[in-house]
Design a protein around this ligand. Structure first.
Ligand code: DGL
Length: 256
């Protein structure tokens, strides 16, 4: 038994999509969310820089007593997961674009992967797509401008429709029947993506429920679950200023 919090980290607000799933699945667990904010977006930054920010984030979460850390950021996972796991002894959960479930589910044989540029270039992604998508055509694309839409609270705007169409329409034209949300910011654009998809038969894959399940499994494996009677607390921290912390809290309330 361990009543310490679970730490969750992202470049900004996106990881709240994972935070919400973990909270839903493990309602007694305390959570600390670290939204960098100062260096967001990570999507086109170098792996070295992202690793530096990820270390800063994990250090902050450990200083606040985190018993397990979720890197709720595909980009940071691709750039830094190996370094983080070598450096720290607590369990660290990473995320990567869900190529495998999409490859298993496709009927058209064409799957769409939406992720940041850095994720699409990462060794982790290249390895996973080579291993699990044999015989399947991958149409991959950077969600250019997507993170900015979410960070500025414009996920449901007319501009969002334009930005999303520019990226998603070419995928649809290539016949994808699965679209993987390979960045934790993108689930907040799900409604807009659905509008662009229209009545075409396309399954949108959000891996956050699977990540929450993995967290539950690891807590069991390492005997880190909290007491059944424990009352959860939720804390929010950032590398940016207090105003950004308030935005994280506002955003978390909206997805409550
Ligand atoms: N939310 C992050 C991800 O899952 C990173 C987005 C960014 O900062 O570019 O990839």
């Amino acid at each position: 038994m361990n009543n310490s919090p679970i730490g969750i980290f992202d470049s900004g607000l996106g990881g709240l999509s994972v935070w919400a799933e973990i909270r839903r699945r493990l309602p007694a667990e305390s959570l600390i969310y670290y939204g960098d904010g100062k260096h967001c977006p990570y999507g086109r930054k170098s792996a070295e820089k992202i690793t530096e920010y990820a270390i800063e984030a994990v250090e902050s979460l450990l200083n606040m007593g985190a018993k397990l850390v979720v890197v709720a950021c595909n980009t940071a996972t691709g750039a830094a997961i190996r370094t983080l796991r070598n450096r720290y002894t607590i369990p660290i959960v990473g995320m990567e674009p869900a190529v495998k479930p999409a490859a298993l589910a496709t009927r058209t044989g064409v799957i769409g992967i939406l992720a940041t540029q850095r994720s699409l270039e990462s060794e982790l992604y290249l390895h996973t797509s080579a291993c699990y998508a044999t015989g399947v055509e991958i149409v991959q694309s950077e969600g250019e401008g997507f993170v900015e839409l979410v960070e500025s609270g414009m996920s449901d705007s007319d501009e969002a429709i334009n930005v999303v169409s520019r990226v998603v329409e070419p995928m649809l034209q290539k016949g994808v029947d699965q679209i993987v949300l390979g960045c934790t910011h993108y689930p907040f654009l799900k409604n807009t993506i659905r509008k662009v998809v229209g009545n075409r038969k396309v399954n949108i894959i959000d891996p956050s429920p699977a990540i929450a399940a993995r967290v539950e499994q690891l807590l069991g494996q390492y005997d880190l679950q909290c007491d059944a009677t424990h009352t959860a607390t939720y804390q929010f921290i950032s590398a940016a200023d207090e105003e950004y912390v308030s935005r994280i809290i506002q955003f978390a309330k909206q997805i409550d």
